[in-house]
Design a protein around this ligand. Structure first.
Ligand code: BG6
Length: 496
């Protein structure tokens, strides 16, 4: 069903996110009939522009970035979205900006009898709290029967535990938890949500989803992109903060959580928070042993030369920022006691691939004693992107007179099966926000739990004077990451 009418206010309307992700997502929702005819976009930014100009900018962004390979742009759907595009030029620090906004929403109320609004903060993080505070001072976060008011906050949500707590406190001072939607775009990905369907909608997996049957779990988010034009942001951030407490912990929570009592937002988010809380706290000594970091050196990625990280624009020539991180975590609860979880993520790697690999315990070797025939463990791989797939590896007899074991795979591919058009992941999240469902957004405690777990690593690294280990761009990452698993007798799934 179509979501209720709403004014979708984008702070940072001239930014990259608006054209690259939000516009295509809103267009997809319009095309699918999921937006109310009374839906409108109101862009707010310092950059001088007007309704017509903004409509044109978004149209161009959509036609270059949002066209689906097969179907192109549905001009009719775009026309309906475009008709409701407006723009307000204004500085985020200037009270008149909020007066303009209030006037717009009041006009809306008068004309249509409702003034629902979502304030989407697609801005640099230093503006999150000031904008929320200014909205509140202008009375714009006040809800009524005919006006819901919601805030969407992008990442990065803080840079460590203290700053995340501080930001939560500032937001919660002006809005209630149920008005705040903290985005982690990994949660909008179909395959991430499918983990719950896979685990809890099938009778055969959950009984073996525990320490009795699972040997270890690997979570990989490998990227081929380097830092590109984000050097300034990335050099002060690094792979740990950019990916681990948010995206990787989301994946970890999805694979490791207990079944929630229902799909109710708080039921799901509580179970997820419990997983992150159960991650064993690392002391600095632990962190030195089980967390490794790397930085890409010059190399070749997908056949093209890639400069070393330190040569990238806006990166310090002696930067010690990590572009790769791998770690071994323990989850201290009944289900997972003794099962290592290995996480890795990095830029300028051999392939782009996000996946979760569950390695099961081996069958007893009684019947297959010699090396040729030694059974290898069953492996379940949940591929999040770019392939959306689930595959199960198992042993089978190789045809012939002798009893020899070979490895075969059973494969399920989303695209082949469901023929779904690729989406950005933002469609689901925006629709959920419009309909008031926060299940796929992070609650304050989810965010803080993530930062809490990585704080020891941040503390340790802040005191280090040694640089991260180098790895050639286009490789599988630094050798120290392989050693992390080899010590336990395991190997990463190869990226190549
Ligand atoms: C972002 C990070 O949150 O996620 C980026 O800031 C990273 O550095 C991106 O590239 C990865 O997202 P995806 O959807 O491509 O896996």
């Amino acid at each position: 069903p179509a979501a209720p009418p709403c004014t979708f206010v984008i702070f940072g309307a001239s930014g990259d996110l608006t054209g690259r992700l939000l516009t295509p997502a809103l267009y997809h929702l319009m095309r699918e009939g999921l937006l109310d005819p009374g839906f409108e976009i109101l862009g707010v930014d310092r950059v001088e522009n007007n309704d017509e100009g903004f409509r044109k900018t978004l149209g161009e962004a959509l036609h270059t970035l949002g066209a689906d390979a097969q179907s192109g742009i549905d001009e009719d759907a775009w026309g309906r979205l475009a008709a409701g595009i407006h723009y307000l030029t204004g500085d985020f620090a200037d009270p008149t900006t909020y007066e303009g906004l209030a006037a717009h929403l009041a006009g809306r109320d008068k004309a249509t009898g409702h003034a629902n609004a979502i304030f989407y903060l697609a801005v640099a993080p230093r503006f999150f709290a000031p904008i929320a505070t200014a909205l509140s001072s202008a009375g714009l976060l006040q809800e009524s029967d005919t006006a819901f008011r919601r805030l969407v906050v992008e990442k990065p949500f803080g840079t460590d535990l203290a700053s995340a707590r501080d930001l939560n406190a500032k937001l919660l001072a002006v809005a209630s938890e149920k008005q705040i939607y903290r985005i982690d775009h990994y949660l909008g990905k179909e395959t991430v949500q499918n983990i719950m369907a896979f685990r809890f909608g099938n009778g055969i997996f959950e009984p073996i989803w525990n320490r009795d049957h699972i040997e270890h779990v690997q979570i990989t988010a490998a990227e081929t992109v380097g830092v590109e034009r984000r050097g300034r942001f990335y050099d002060g951030t690094g792979a740990l903060r950019d990916m681990v407490p948010n995206h990787l912990f989301q994946l970890l929570s999805m694979v490791a959580m207990e079944a929630p009592n229902s799909f109710d937002a708080d039921a799901v988010r509580t179970e997820k928070a419990k997983v992150v809380e159960a991650v064993r706290n690392l002391t600095p000594e632990d962190a030195a042993r089980v967390v490794v970091r790397g930085q890409y050196d010059a190399g070749t990625v997908l056949g093209k030369p890639r400069a070393a990280y330190r040569q990238e624009p806006d990166v310090a020539p002696d930067s010690r920022t990590e572009t790769f991180v791998a770690m071994k975590l323990a989850i201290d609860n009944w289900r997972w006691s003794g099962v290592p979880f290995y996480l890795r993520t990095g830029k300028s790697l051999a392939v782009r691939r996000t996946e979760i690999a569950i390695q099961f315990k081996k069958a007893p070797a009684v019947l297959f004693r010699d090396a040729v025939n030694a059974p290898t463990p069953n492996l379940l791989v949940i591929s999040i992107q770019p392939d959306e797939a689930i595959s199960l590896r198992f042993a089978a007899k190789v045809p012939g007179r002798e009893m020899r074991l070979g490895q075969v795979e059973m494969d399920f591919r989303y695209a082949e099966h469901f023929k779904a058009e690729p989406q950005t992941g933002y469609e689901t999240l925006i629709y959920d926000c419009l309909t008031g469902d926060p299940t796929l957004f992070q609650r304050a405690d989810n965010i803080e739990a993530g930062w809490f777990e990585v704080q020891a690593i941040q503390n340790l690294w802040a005191g280090l004077t040694t640089p991260p280990d180098l790895y050639p761009a286009g490789s599988d990452g630094p050798a120290c990451a392989d050693e992390l698993l080899e010590r336990d007798g395991y190997q990463w799934l190869p990226l190549n």
